[in-house]
Design a protein around this ligand. Structure first.
Ligand SMILES: Cc1ncc(COP(=O)(O)O)c(C=O)c1O
Length: 492
């Protein structure tokens, strides 16, 4: 029998006695624990195969917490540090403002570029490129996207746990130990080898379900995927194996500037040749997908029935594609001044005294560092916005703090807002500008805006539903939230 261990507190005459017990020494304890577990109402216990340790940080899925913003409106926190402990002060240290209306607008632009009949599989891996995958996924689903793409099974399960029901594909691959959870939660998986096909088929048979796979054909990326010469045999195997369903056929572009790169055109031609051969095995290949953001905005978007945009949905296109699209930035990054200091000429600032004031000036310290995602390299030439003006980052960026030369900005006070990404008055700093200054790509910056940064979701009332919008059903009002005895919020 499995051993059950635990601690028991006894209160005797006002004194707390603590015991460590195990079912080996106290069989009654196992009985008590089991009885207690049975008494918990349905829904409060994690459903199998959910495993908190395996699927990561579920604190991000706590009920949203209303919070008053500086403009006097009410916003909701969905993530960052444990929402139960996040008060307004934490939120204002540094926060990422996630504009859901901009997301909706970008999805509409993507739909326009790809065509109304094309399914959008929004890529929300790496916490939706640092934008908060749960909040992003919920709004994207309301805006009519057909599926989500993630990087790991933990990311997929996090979305399922947060109530997302659309198909979710793990774009890369997973390790064997994760397969059971993936099948249990109906997660689509990329397929690259015959061994994996057989393992999945056996497991699905045992679990009494169907494993939905997308055959990943390596047309030139050279990372994952089955080479075209072996892909047909694998497709035939999938097609003839019970408990496996060919849910799609995919490939991934290596070129970062889409169809303008001859290599992307070569990959697309190899993929087309494979699809023609595959159709001699079955007409039902499931979803066919190749285009990422660069592909969609350079004419590859309507080549097949599904597209996989990531970056463009967040309002950015790779500079290299040289295409203008009316996308709106989804993320802003803001902080506030926590310290102001007047310096005499020649005074050094920061680690290694790497910067010295050439004349007397004022330094503002902001509580944002490279641990929050501000790249260390952006110190060289990087700027922030304060009171609608640009101000240079000076000295080295440290883990928790950054110093700004504000000698030219009048009447500053501790508590004044600082914009690292976003608009302030007539000035704005984009993710791409910050990335260029740091010598990196926008993907890396947004993905590294870390867990210490609160996410503040704004907007989201407007929904851009594709095609003819159906009238919204009238829903019964949600029961009011009341405090539970634990101090968290629950519905009565
Ligand atoms: C397989 C796959 N498809 C699509 C995307 C989305 O790419 P992008 O963000 O450039 O649109 C990614 C992102 O890395 C990916 O790995």
């Amino acid at each position: 029998m499995k051993t059950t261990k635990g601690r028991v507190n006894a209160f005797i005459h006002g004194i707390t006695l603590k015991f460590s017990v195990s079912s080996e020494s106290h069989p009654m304890f196992a009985l008590l624990v089991r009885t207690h577990m049975r008494k918990q109402p349905m829904g409060t216990r994690p459903r199998k195969p959910w495993n908190k340790d395996r699927i990561g940080d579920f604190r991000r899925n706590l009920p949203s917490k209303p919070c008053t913003n500086k403009a006097g409106g009410t916003n909701h926190f969905l993530s960052g540090y444990d929402a139960r402990y996040l008060d307004d002060m934490d939120a204002k240290r540094v926060w990422a403002e996630i504009n859901l209306d901009a997301l909706g607008h970008n999805l509409a632009c993507i739909r326009q570029a790809a065509g109304d009949s094309v399914r959008i599989m929004l890529v929300v891996k790496a916490d939706a490129y640092g934008h908060g995958s749960v909040g992003i996924a919920h709004h994207a689903v309301r805006s009519g996207i057909g599926a989500l793409g993630v990087g790991t099974s933990a990311e997929a399960l996090e979305l399922r746990h947060a109530g997302i029901r659309v198909p979710i594909l793990v774009l890369g691959t997973v390790v064997d130990e994760e397969l059971r959870d993936c099948l249990g939660y109906d997660i689509h998986l990329g397929l690259h080898t015959g061994d994996r096909a057989r393992t999945l088929a056996k497991l699905a048979k045992r679990m009494g379900c169907i494993a939905k796979v997308h055959l990943n054909v390596d047309t030139g990326m050279g990372r994952l995927g089955v080479p075209p010469t072996r892909a047909l045999a694998l497709l035939e195997e999938v097609y003839s194996t019970p408990h496996l369903q060919l849910a799609g056929v995919m490939t991934h572009l290596a070129a970062t500037d889409g169809a303008q790169d001859p290599f992307a055109q070569l990959q697309s031609a190899v993929f087309d040749r494979f699809l023609t051969a595959a159709r001699s095995v079955t007409q039902d290949l499931g979803w066919i997908h190749l285009a990422n953001s660069a592909g969609i905005f350079t004419g590859l978007g309507n080549s097949y029935d599904t597209v996989r945009p990531g970056l463009a949905a967040y309002g950015v296109l790779p500079d290299s594609i040289g295409v203008e699209a009316p996308l709106l930035p989804v993320m802003g990054l803001r902080s506030q001044i926590v310290f102001l200091k007047d310096l005499a000429a020649g005074t050094p600032v920061g680690y290694a005294s790497a910067w010295r004031a050439s004349s007397s000036t004022r330094i503002a310290t902001i509580p944002v560092g490279y641990a929050d995602g501000l790249p260390w390299r952006s110190a060289d030439g990087g700027e922030v916005l304060i009171r609608g003006q640009r101000a240079p980052i000076v000295g080295r960026i440290s883990m928790d703090y950054t110093t700004i030369d504000v000698g030219h900005v009048r009447d500053l006070q501790v508590g004044d807002q600082v914009t690292l990404i976003g608009r302030d008055g007539d000035e704005s700093i984009t993710l791409s500008e910050l990335a260029n200054k740091a010598g990196t790509i926008p993907y890396e910056i947004s993905c590294s805006i870390g867990r210490r940064v609160s996410q503040l979701f704004v907007g989201g009332e407007q929904i851009h539903v594709p095609g003819q919008a159906a009238p919204m059903p009238t829903l019964p009002p949600h029961p009011p939230l009341v405090p539970a005895s634990t101090g968290t919020l629950r519905s009565p």
